[in-house]
Design a binder for this molecule. Structure first.
Ligand SMILES: [Zn+2]
Ligand SMILES: [Zn+2]
Length: 157
């Protein structure tokens, strides 16, 4: 009976099991790499970085750990207009301004939400973990390019 119970808790996975290092340690490794990095990282970035370490992880494994870390509130995810997902530890209170045309991103110096707190009656019993905040706009060069395009259209008509 105990054998059946144990087999029931082993998660189904499409990958070949790599049991050299326990899963929890590999997840910690992903989180440690993200905390060491001075910028947001994609799954591909992390995969490439970990390939050079003593504990290389498959790309699907990296993404699975990223998803689990998100579910625990340890990391957050931001999507660029290109669809690329970037990850950062939630304790890092950093936000960005992104160009909707070319996808250029700059980080905002100070978080305007830093001192904003939800009252106890607004949290519906949730344990608050982090917030996200994003600004979008048109960068200088995209404004110029779009203005030139508009001008060209006006000449044609
Ligand atoms: Zn732009
Ligand atoms: Zn913030």
């Amino acid at each position: 009976m105990s054998i059946r119970r144990i087999s029931a808790v082993i998660p189904a996975t499409l990958e070949m099991p790599n049991q050299v290092v326990p899963s929890s340690e590999r997840q910690q490794l992903v989180l440690t790499e993200l905390r060491k990095a001075d910028r947001e990282m994609s799954g591909q970035d992390l995969h490439a970085m970990l390939r050079q370490s003593s504990q290389p992880l498959g790309l699907a494994t990296v993404y699975r750990h990223l998803r689990q870390l998100q579910q625990r509130g340890s990391i957050r995810c931001r999507h660029l207009p290109s669809g690329e997902a970037l990850f950062a530890p939630t304790e890092r209170d950093e936000h960005h301004l992104t160009c909707v045309d070319c996808g250029a991103t700059v980080s905002i110096e100070n978080c305007p939400m830093h001192d904003v707190h939800l009252g106890g009656d607004q949290t519906a019993g949730f344990q608050l973990l982090f917030h996200t905040l994003e600004f979008f706009g048109l960068c200088g060069s995209c404004q110029q390019r779009q203005a030139r395009l508009d001008l060209a259209k006006a000449v044609v008509h």
